[in-house]
Design a protein around this ligand. Structure first.
Ligand code: ZN
Length: 78
């Protein structure tokens, strides 16, 4: 698995369970990839911060928008 494969899976995992094969492959990638580990932690913090700011859980639509924006930031940094 590459980082380009792993990062969409990290986003999807926030929305619900991944297929067991993907979950295992993602866990293996994270254990070997500091970049994706950092990205995963950032996603958690960003979603928690947004939820706190809103006083509750983000809607799935808003969560998707936040993640797309974050992905855009990552893409434009390359
Ligand atoms: Zn990676």
């Amino acid at each position: 698995m590459t980082c380009a494969d792993a990062q969409p899976l990290l986003s999807r995992r926030r929305d619900g369970a991944l297929p067991p094969g993907d979950e295992a492959a993602l866990a293996a990638h994270l254990s070997a990839c500091p970049d994706c580990t950092r990205w995963s932690g950032w996603l958690d913090r960003a979603c928690r911060a947004a939820s706190a700011a809103l006083g509750g859980e983000m809607s799935p639509e808003l969560a998707t928008e936040v993640l797309e924006f974050a992905q855009h930031l990552v893409d434009t940094r390359k």
